[in-house]
Design a protein around this ligand. Structure first.
Ligand SMILES: Cc1cc2nc3c(=O)[nH]c(=O)nc-3n(C[C@H](O)[C@H](O)[C@H](O)COP(=O)(O)OP(=O)(O)OC[C@H]3O[C@@H](n4cnc5c(N)ncnc54)[C@H](O)[C@@H]3O)c2cc1C
Length: 410
């Protein structure tokens, strides 16, 4: 098959490395370099990455299971920096992965897909530069950290201060002496609160994550508050009824939206951030030659990208493994209904969290893939425990002494 892969971030590179074993693949990347969000522009304007960002997972867990981080970098450096490095090292890791799999010749940089249209024998590809192309199958790996989710709050237009999203954050100095409201309890918020605490005069931190109070207890400038519901000029009104006056800056750490501007909405629908109808959160039920790698979040991304890609390879090589379209449709609806019946929000459908283990095992079972190494699940448990027990300084903890990957390179 002739397969087009959209995006040369960590998901697209994983898909390419796996699918090229049996197919002719071409990656189309809109920017001038591979790496996706780890490839920060000089001014950090187009990426959610900021200069001081370090990984929030140890590289031994982040890495693709078939491409060992330890063989590239020197484990004799301080353990904390080795395990949780700066974002530049993740980019180097992805560049090395690209080289290892000889992908460079198959990547077309500065090539943005503007439209994908199904035709009788596959797909027409329309590029932003006006050129046309075609493919038998398309794998969408366009990421989901570029469209900020900005909540609409009553009176927000009357606020005179600065409104930002985590994607705009660059450095703590921008908050010097300011009264700041931060909304959100995700991984970015946990890191940004700690950084901004070093410069702001006061931080009101709104959200519900369990680790928030523990982190706030160690940060003198931070006070936990209920969610904001509206604005009256520089005053923010909270759900609790409290009014916070003289707020200078509001920083929304409220996540991102899935966006597929190159797909007609009748191909795939995004409703309250739920992408459907898909089978196993990968394959379009309407067009089984259209796939998405990397949609689930609150997961261990790189290993998941690889397993999803291996599942897709097995399906493309033996379409008989797939149930009938009507069964896939019912299964997709059943999963969504089961999720909603538990009282969960639509927009959390792709947020797997602890469910990721079951999800990966299901893909492995479906496609009869090699099981993940036991080390992976042991380390995953260990990291989850460390993050729960030490939300402020889990990066300083020994991750799994003696972890097999923490050995001198051969
Ligand atoms: C602030 C932040 C910190 C994170 N920290 C970690 C961490 O520590 N560890 C971890 O494992 N994960 C982390 N993540 C998650 C991270 O998103 C994943 O690890 C992973 O890098 C995402 O890869 P991706 O390929 O899905 O998306 P992206 O990296 O966003 O790549 C998508 C690519 O598609 C391209 N593209 C988009 N549209 C088009 C188009 N129309 N035509 C052509 N090309 C297109 C983009 O230019 C981009 O290169 C973090 C995320 C954020 C936002």
């Amino acid at each position: 098959m002739d397969i087009a892969i959209i995006g040369a971030g960590a998901a697209g590179l994983a898909a390419a490395s796996v699918l090229q074993r049996d197919h002719k693949i071409t990656l189309y990347e809109q920017s001038a370099q591979i790496g996706g969000l780890w490839n920060a522009d000089a001014k950090y304007e187009k990426t959610p990455i900021y200069p001081s960002l370090r990984t929030n997972l140890p590289m031994q867990l982040m890495q693709y299971p078939n491409f060992d981080y330890a063989r590239l970098f020197d484990p004799s450096e301080p353990e904390e920096l080795y395990n949780y490095p700066s974002y530049t090292r993740v980019l180097s890791y992805l560049e090395a992965f690209t080289k290892e799999h000889a992908l460079s010749q198959k990547i077309h940089l500065n090539k943005k897909i503007s439209r994908l249209a199904p035709v009788e024998e596959g797909w027409d590809l329309h590029f932003a530069d006006g050129q046309l192309g075609s493919a038998d199958a398309v794998v969408v790996c366009n990421g989901h950290y570029s469209e900020p989710n900005l909540p609409v709050l009553e009176g927000i237009e009357t606020f005179q201060g600065r409104i930002m999203h985590a994607k705009d954050y660059q450095k703590p100095d921008d908050f010097k002496g300011k009264q700041v409201l931060i909304w959100g309890g995700n991984a970015s918020a946990l890191d940004l609160v700690r950084e901004i605490n070093t410069t702001a005069s006061q931080i009101f931190w709104c959200g519900h994550a369990t680790s928030m109070s523990e982190i706030a207890a160690e940060l003198p400038q931070v006070r936990i508050k209920s969610d904001p519901i509206g604005f009256e000029g520089a005053t923010v009104v909270l759900k609790s009824g409290e009014h916070l006056n003289d707020i200078d800056t509001v920083l929304f750490c409220t996540g991102y939206r899935y966006s597929f501007p190159f797909l007609d909405p009748d191909l795939v629908e995004v409703d309250d951030n739920l992408v459907a109808p898909l089978y196993r959160q990968i394959l379009s039920v309407k067009h089984p030659t259209l796939a998405f790698i990397g949609l689930p979040f609150l997961v261990i991304p790189f290993p998941m990208f690889l397993i999803q890609s291996q599942w897709l390879r097995a399906i493309l090589n033996a379409p008989g493994r797939l149930p009938a379209p009507s069964t896939m449709h019912l299964e997709s609806q059943r999963e969504i209904k089961a999720h909603l019946r538990l009282g969960k929000l639509k927009r959390h459908f792709h947020r797997l969290g602890p469910g990721q283990v079951q999800y990966l095992k299901q893909l492995i079972d479906d496609a009869e893939l090699d099981p993940m190494p036991d080390d992976f699940f042991t380390l995953l448990q260990r990291i989850q425990q460390l993050r729960q027990d030490y939300p402020s300084d889990y990066r300083r903890m020994a991750i799994y002494p003696p972890y097999p990957s923490h050995q001198p390179p051969a």
